[in-house]
Design a protein around this ligand. Structure first.
Ligand code: GTP
Ligand code: MG
Ligand code: ZN
Length: 414
């Protein structure tokens, strides 16, 4: 558990002022934020925020006794929620969220259970604090969980921006970054590539940072921000300020050892998250961070630190073409509509590769990702139809619930 914040259950369950007048003529009135909620990332009241909170008043009105809180930590054993910067406490979740999540009838799918960043309604205080509802989320960063069975894993909810952290030591790999961007974009958040360890790039060789930035520019992703930093240096991480305004939530993703927790500490101005040395031989991290945690920053933004993950399997809901629109545009110019860009005459994709204007590896990555997404989409469709048709098997479901409790999914896979 993170130092200095938890647990301190609210002794007097102060009703959130936003909920004080459940019969106000305009139910939107109850979405007015308190300073406490604003400090943990409550969306500011701009029109865009209002629109994405459209469905909230109805849920809030259905629980007049409840207080608004945010999930700030997610452990295998359960959730920590907070109602302000310094109040975090364990809260019991709904029984259906405590059962092993799956796609059998009657089970809550993993992605329908709360994750760090979710806004929830809580009733009761101290040991009786209980999450009673989940406010519909406006963005969700997810992947298919590692492992042989199809399962979605929610990395964080209600985030505006995802910092894809990639170390400029042996960690740097444009193909892997491309994968991250696919998952981030389909989750409804803006990706920013943060190239950490800029001070170590190319073992100090001049121009190494610029080369990495150029490699990413070659991905052809218009408007993609790429920010090289030394995560240990507060002045250097200032370059991330444009994404760290009040009311905004940012999640850090990247492999173990990339510097996510180091960055968190530098932005926070103190060492709250534990960090760990990487292996000298291959720069791999040691999975120092083991749970996701939301940290309010002095800038007013919230940052979610996560455990490292290397493998990123698509869930099947991604739109691959959106991320490779340049290749799609070329393919439209091929002579044959069903051109496989192999030996067909008049292939515009192959011509571009031969002319050196398109990277062959990137094309290969595109088709690989497209096939993976298609495979995952087929499995997802199967699971969803199974969930509709199979009858529940009570003994199995109960056993799973007893054994696993409020388990979280596998975090790490590299
Ligand atoms: N020189 C240098 N070292 C860095 C930088 N960022 C991180 N490190 C070091 O890299 C190691 C790993 O950093 P962490 O912040 O623990 O990495 P992490 O991404 O949180 O790793 P996990 O929690 O395992 O996922 C630590 O020894 C950091 O001091 C950087 O920009 N420059
Ligand atoms: Mg960490
Ligand atoms: Zn072709």
């Amino acid at each position: 558990m993170a130092e200095g914040v938890f647990p301190r259950p609210p002794t007097a369950p102060a009703t959130c002022p936003a909920l004080e007048s459940p019969h106000a003529p305009d139910s939107r009135h109850r979405l007015n934020a308190t300073p406490d909620l604003l400090a943990i990332g409550w969306p500011l009241q701009g029109d865009a925020d209002r629109a994405r909170m459209d469905a909230w008043p109805a849920v809030i009105a259905a629980h007049p006794e409840a207080r608004i809180a945010r999930i700030v930590e997610q452990h295998r054993s359960g959730y920590i929620v907070a109602e302000s910067v310094d109040e975090g406490y364990p809260a019991e979740s709904l029984p259906e969220w405590q059962r092993a999540g799956g796609y059998r009838k009657g089970e809550a799918t993993p992605e329908s259970r709360p994750a760090v960043g979710d806004w929830v309604l809580v009733e009761g205080a101290d040991a009786t604090a209980k999450i009673v509802a989940l406010l519909p989320r406006y963005s969700a960063i997810k992947r298919a969980a590692a492992g042989e069975h199809y399962k979605q894993q929610l990395i964080a909810a209600n985030v505006d921006t995802v910092f894809v952290v990639c170390g400029l030591d042996d960690d740097f790999n444009p193909r892997r970054i491309e994968r991250y961007l696919l998952l981030v974009r389909s989750g409804g958040a803006e990706p920013v590539v943060v190239l950490s360890k800029a001070d170590l790039a190319g073992a100090g060789r001049a121009g190494a940072v610029e080369e990495a930035v150029a490699d990413l520019a070659a991905l052809g992703l218009e408007g993609l921000a790429v920010v090289p930093v030394n995560a240990r240096d507060a002045a250097s991480v200032d370059a991330l300020a444009p994404w760290l305004h009040p009311g905004r939530t940012v999640v850090l993703v990247g492999s173990s050892g990339a510097g996510k927790s180091t960055l968190t500490n530098s932005l926070l101005g103190r060492d709250r998250m534990k960090t760990g040395e990487v292996r000298g031989s291959d720069s791999r991290g040691r999975h120092t961070t083991t749970h996701r945690a939301l940290v309010p920053l002095p800038s007013g933004a919230c940052l979610v630190d996560t455990p490292g993950m290397r493998e990123l399997k698509p869930t099947g809901e991604e739109d691959v073409t959106e991320n490779f629109s340049d290749i799609e545009a070329l393919a439209e110019q091929c002579r044959f509509r069903d051109c496989a860009h192999g030996r067909e005459p008049g292939c515009a994709v192959r011509a571009a590769i031969e002319a050196g204007t398109l990277d062959a590896q990137r094309v290969a990555n595109y088709y690989k990702l497209r096939d993976e997404v298609a495979g995952a989409a087929a499995t997802l469709a199967d699971r969803r139809s199974e969930q509709k048709s199979t009858t529940r098997h009570p003994s199995r479901v109960q056993k799973a619930g007893r054994d696993k409790g409020n388990r979280d999914d596998d975090y790490d896979d590299d």
